[in-house]
Design a protein around this ligand. Structure first.
Ligand code: CA
Length: 232
């Protein structure tokens, strides 16, 4: 497999170097940028496989950069992980719908960061319609259209199945009700946003006997997220 390239956009040099060092040791090809302008220039030069973008940058906010890149055709699919200084900022980032694929709060260990980078790279790759998606003992068999926990089937209605399939293929990211309507129901149908809450409740109830209901998380003021992490 070709070496994956990561562009690190962070103005604080010691942090940037620490990140770059950890990533290089993990086998990534790393480029560094200290502000939005340099990051833009680096993108024109060569498109990386993933970007790490700090929230506070000297010339513009990392949030603005992320939103802009997620709007542009050439960079829309480029995975971005935002680095934030405080946990509360994660809610803000999510609420503002920056389009970031994940968020990491400082301080973080190189190991944690690399785990997140690998997770985002994995799910941004091409998805196989027939693959089986696993989370712990929870498996979703896309070929058979079946959800199991160990040997036990989890009975789900068609909408709950599609919701779970979407969540399991897009973990760790907050989706607003509107985005879920678009992605799970398809943009054309008329469904009230509170209908989503009903299906979320049904999905949680089906997962509850297996103790996986906590994976479907409500993010106040923002929407829903599928995550094993309980911190907010
Ligand atoms: Ca900064």
């Amino acid at each position: 497999m070709a070496q994956k390239q990561i562009l690190v956009v962070e103005d604080e040099q010691p942090i940037r170097e620490m990140i770059a060092f950890g990533l290089r040791r993990a086998g990534f090809d790393v480029r560094e940028a200290e502000d939005c302008r340099t990051a833009r220039a680096a993108l024109v030069d060569r498109r990386p496989d993933l970007m790490l973008v700090d929230w506070m940058l000297p010339d513009n906010s990392g949030l603005e950069l992320t939103r802009a890149l997620k709007r542009e055709r050439d960079t829309r699919d480029l995975p971005i992980i935002m680095l934030t200084a405080r946990a509360e900022e994660i809610d803000k980032v999510a609420g503002l719908d920056s389009g970031a694929d994940d968020y990491v709060t400082k301080p973080f260990s190189p190991r944690e960061l690399i785990a997140r980078v690998n997770a985002v790279l994995r799910r941004s790759g091409p998805t196989d319609e027939n693959e089986t998606i696993r989370f712990d003992d929870l498996t979703l068999d896309r070929a058979a259209h079946r959800v199991m926990v160990g040997d036990n089937g989890v009975p789900l209605g068609p909408t709950e199945y599609r919701l779970l399939e979407f969540f399991m293929t897009h973990p760790e990211r907050v989706y607003s009700r509107e985005q879920l309507l678009d992605r799970v129901w398809g943009g054309n149908v008329y469904v009230e946003e509170r209908t989503i809450d009903v299906h979320i409740r049904r999905l949680r109830r089906a997962l509850e006997p297996h103790r996986y209901d906590h994976l479907v998380q409500t993010v106040r003021g923002a929407g829903y997220r599928f995550s094993a992490r309980t911190e907010r």
